[in-house]
Design a protein around this ligand. Sequence first.
Ligand code: FES
Length: 375
Amino acid sequence: MAGLVSNNAKPLWLLAELTYACPLQCPYCSNPLDFAKTKNELNTEEWLKVFREARAMGATQLGFSGGEPLVRQDLEILIREARAMGYYTNLITSGVGMDAERVKAFKDAGLDHIQVSFQASSEELNDFIAGTDAFQHKLDMAREVKKNGYPMVLCFVLHRQNIEQIEQVIQLAVELQADYVELATTQYYGWAWVNRDYLLPTLAQLQTAEAIAHEYQAKLKGKMKLYYVVPDYYEKRPKACMNGWGAVFLTITPDGLALPCHAARQLPNMTFPNVRDHSVDWIWRESPAFNWFRGDEWMKEPCRSCPEKTKDFGGCRCQAYLFTGDPTNTDPVCSLSPEHEKIMQVINSREQINSNAAPLVFRNPKNSKEFIKAS
Ligand code: FES
């Protein structure tokens, strides 16, 4: 088991999904399809208990996300308390629900870092994808973030509809004086899985975008950090998803489920523990769910005898499930997977499809209720 995730791993990165509520309706949202079913959010005290327990185990990074974390009126309290516990605190937000006063209040509470997401570099496309008028407000909030002296990350989720704006996207980030820019390729889970036909870029789009990203990485060296990652569907080897199951990341959902990754809730025949019933220590070290895909005993061939298993851990469990129906299979992104053909079929069919032909399903409570009815 040398090199594979061990049970001595610590939950260094704690992601607190404070709520699934969000004023935006992005069709690539990674929240569950039936998020409207999720009631009974953790209250302030319950969140603080989680933060304390995870910190005692060595957690250092804390991300406040959602949904839209700004919906939570106790966000300032959570930031202040988490900072006092010694966390490096990150707010991951669309900016909708923020104003100048709140940006300052977060600063006073000790928030370290803000990531603002944009849907595109143009108002028209941004607001179409967001499902609401948000672009101008995002610009104002990004300027406010800089004015308050935060290190600012801008995140653009790239897909077939906006990837050709990549140069304008980078120029917008330069204009807004971003410190880091994530040109994040859509991850095909949740709503993005439903809308994959509409969102997956073609190979030609990717190659052009990659060349532009590399050109700007060189030009902006020392001034702005630009991260660009191609979608793993186009890779030959799978990503080391979450750096290994139960290795570094701990996600807590709005209703208190503890997950090794944000998409794990969909996996079949697995019961995830709830922080209302168990300590973080027990969840991380003892719970069957967090131990399920640690080590290599769960692996099938070709992963089990593959020398790369110590690097990629067999890839993504959620992707293996979505494509093959069995999360213990090799991630089909791997060209050694017996089911790699399924990825190739998706890529090939996307090359031919007219992107306007696929209907786009926006994430909103009405869609979510329909998914509940259908399931
Ligand atoms: Fe769940 Fe990769 S997203 S293991």
